[in-house]
Design a binder for this molecule. Sequence first.
Ligand SMILES: [Zn+2]
Length: 119
Amino acid sequence: MIDKLGFPSILANRWPHCHQERFFVVVSAFNLPKFDQMHAPCAVCGLNFESETGFYTGSLYVSYALFVAWTLTNFGLFALFLGIDVLSFLWPLIGSNAVLTPYFFRLACRIWFRIFMST
Ligand SMILES: [Zn+2]
């Protein structure tokens, strides 16, 4: 079931279609000059990764949801569960959101692709 939803390929930077070619050219999301570069049509299955111009613009909604989930999870953990003052972890939380931006961007693109291009 989990494999049918494409979670392993989404998390492993693989195309949800053939599970072989890398979704993004570079492995690390933190290689900032190249973190957003995708392969041209897949070398294995030939699928075009960008079906239309601006296709991945919608992945911003997914990215937003990932940031909200990250922020609420950290707020729940630190403020509600551990009882730490909100102001003491607010700046580290904002910093973590900034650091995780390339990772969430890439994850959101893969999820978006999986939602609309799965076969
Ligand atoms: Zn492929």
